[in-house]
Design a protein around this ligand. Sequence first.
Ligand code: GLA
Length: 362
Amino acid sequence: MREKKNFEARPVPSGAEKKGGTCGGASLKEAYKDYFYIGTALPGSVFDEFEKYREVVTENFNSMTCENEMKPEFLLDRAATASCAANDRAAVKLNFSSAKKAADTAAALGMRVRLHTLVWHAQTPGWFFTEDYTDGGVPADRALMLGRMENYIRSVLEYYGENYPGLIYAVDVVNEAFDVGDGDEDGIRQKNSKWYETIGPDFVYFAFLYAKRYAPAGVSLFYNDYSCMWKTELILKNLARAKAEGLIDGIGMQSHLSVGDSVEKFLDAARAFSEAGYELQITELDVGIKSEEEREAQGEFYRELMRGLIRLKKSGVNLTSVTVWGLTDALSWRRRETPLLFDRDLSKKPAYRGFLEGAEAE
Ligand code: GLA
């Protein structure tokens, strides 16, 4: 098992700025090596032509998240699961081939991986929630779904623990479970959530119970969510039971932001999570702009945000990872807002420079 620590610095190439790699003497992961992991989220297509991206990835990042390929809709093997169901209705069979290239590449490069995500209302197929694993079948009941949830979580964690020991350092056990607008009286999301429909509001608690049961040593268990600065209290309230029982380690702030958002408010939320005793990770950072005229302002926003995070870290906040949600603007789910650090041709944007310079905060 690899120790949970920052990566060793690599030699800093000197000379002219080149595409992608180092800039002004340090790459992102070198600049932040004493503080936290620097991650990139990659879609599966990147691994079909990885040579194109290899230098930018290896120079700058020491953590990787699969944008999609470790989500339930990719891992669940419908045919294999259905064929076991006659004997065991809670059987869950998985196929890890979609995420294999990513896991193998990360392991070969000495990068570590955030596993995203186990229990989520989205990107989890409807058939998984019916008694007979058919699309229109009778909804499974609470006991059956708790059994399937446990089997799913155990199978994923055991697979990575056995086949890639030490690769995974954090798991998003539950994603996006709380939202007042779409939720019940406690703000637990009901809308479009089959986990809620079948198990009830304590599905979040059970997900952490099972994850804790099967997580390999050294893997931190996270609750991950969007708009954290607007629902800090809601998140803390609804995680309290799992926290009190020692089942959860950290909160992942997705951080899909826009230039113009309040960095101070964002940092206040991070501080509040930390004061409540959580490890913290920034898991899906991107900062949208409305027009290309805002490129410099975007760089400034990244600089202020990263400075603020460094100051939090220095003040004792247990921030362990910052992941940018995508590599280039061409690959971003918000590509019209060009929210990332690299242009579509892999050249560095002012956003890259801002992110890099944030590391110099006092
Ligand atoms: C959420 C999810 C991510 C991803 C984005 C959109 O933030 O957590 O996995 O699906 O939406 O790309």
